[in-house]
Write a protein that binds this ligand. Structure first.
Ligand SMILES: *Cc1c(COP(=O)(O)O)cnc(C)c1O
Length: 380
């Protein structure tokens, strides 16, 4: 079996956090914040009570601007392109509602598109154009090139790493094809940022801080090139609308007026910790953890990993043996063994799942012992 790189990273990441009661293998739902992030969030909230919410926010503005800057850097865009939001879901709702594309506008999506994104597109009356994909749901680049050449949609939306399957899409190649065709590319990076490289040349990247970036819940982001915001209509009075559309504030117009500012402070710190850990090291260890998980479980007692063994992500989704109730298994793992995983239901990607899968998603602190604990608990 392969070994895991960067054990020092695992130790420092673990030492920086409160101890977990059991074995946490569910970072794709919500990962663990560091003590420094928890303290910074609490400190900002206290500051609000001591000097007033708006004054505390103004005092934090330099830090928040650094947050926008480092977040933008991770996706290859600029600080001015960043809007803090409340979640990945609010990001895509804001993007689609403010884009005001005419009903019937064609939007290219892969078969495994995340259910909520598909629902948002349907709600706006957009027409999904299914892009060609292989048997695991990975974009077929030749097929995509053909679609973009023969009958291009108005935009392409890709979920870089799925919630229902740990497959990494070829984002850089997709971005290059879209750019050559003049078709904007929107990336859902909710499972990708802090996990895999997201600096790929997309026009819009959105996601959440609570998964792989280990930020607080309730803080997400929507990062858009100025060429995209030039096509959007913010909900603002006309007199400030024209000022806001351009220049340094072009993305800020899409932030909520009131927000969990303490959470934004926390996400800024969490991204700083991610950068200090070294994104390349984090990615290498996460990829190795995914492989080690699949090596232990794929083909054992009828469980099957949906991803190729060496897929460079930390998300493993296990298709159960016939007759096994995945929800019951996830509950038993937690209550009887203290192992936190999740049963991901078919609704997450109805075109690709036929039933629930057991999703295992360790962060960098996980060890081979943790994976062995899971394997013993699952396989008995
Ligand atoms: C979690 C997730 C979302 C939704 O994120 P929220 O922050 O919960 O709104 C969207 N897309 C994917 C791929 C996800 O995994």
């Amino acid at each position: 079996m392969s070994t895991l790189p960067h054990d020092d990273l695992a130790a420092s990441w673990r030492a920086a956090r409160p101890e977990f009661a059991g074995t946490h293998l569910d970072s794709a739902s919500c990962s663990r914040q560091s003590t420094a992030v928890l303290d910074a969030v609490a400190r900002h909230a206290r500051h609000e009570a001591e000097i007033g919410g708006a004054v505390a926010e103004a005092a934090a503005e330099g830090l928040l601007q650094q947050g926008r800057s480092v977040l933008a850097g991770l996706v290859g865009l600029a600080a001015a392109d960043v809007a803090f939001t409340e979640s990945a879901s609010t990001s895509v709702r804001t993007l689609v509602s403010r884009w005001r594309l005419a009903p019937g506008t064609r939007i290219g999506v892969l078969p495994g598109e995340y259910w909520h994104n598909a629902a948002v597109f349907a709600d706006a009356g957009l027409t999904p154009v299914l892009l060609p994909a292989d048997a695991v749901g990975r974009a077929d680049l030749d097929g995509l090139a053909r679609v973009l050449r023969d009958d291009p949609p108005a935009l392409v939306h890709v979920t870089l790493v799925g919630s229902h399957r740990g497959v990494l899409q070829p984002g850089r190649e997709i971005a290059a094809l879209c750019r050559a065709a003049g078709v904007p590319l929107v990336l859902d990076a909710a499972q990708a940022l802090g996990h895999v490289d997201c600096d790929l040349g997309a026009d819009v990247v959105y996601g959440t801080g609570r998964k792989w970036l280990t930020g607080p819940r309730g803080v997400g982001f929507l990062v858009m090139r100025p060429s995209i915001t030039a096509q959007l209509t913010p909900v603002l009075p006309p007199e400030i609308y024209d000022d806001r559309r351009v220049g340094v504030d072009h993305a800020r117009a899409y932030e909520s007026h009131d927000a969990h500012v303490a959470g934004r402070v926390g996400l800024t710190l969490a991204i700083g910790e991610h950068l200090a850990a070294g994104p390349d090291r984090v990615r290498a260890r996460l990829a190795a953890l995914g492989r080690a998980t699949r090596e232990r479980l794929d083909g054992r007692r009828g469980w099957r990993a949906a991803e190729p063994l060496d897929e460079p992500t930390a998300i493993t989704t296990l298709v159960p043996p016939d007759g096994v109730d995945v929800r019951e298994v996830a509950t038993r793992l937690r209550t009887a063994h203290g192992v936190l995983t999740v049963a991901a239901g078919r609704e997450r990607a109805p075109r690709e799942l036929t039933g629930p899968v057991l999703r295992v998603s360790p962060h960098v602190d996980a060890t081979v012992e943790d994976l062995d604990t899971l394997a013993t608990a699952l396989l008995g």
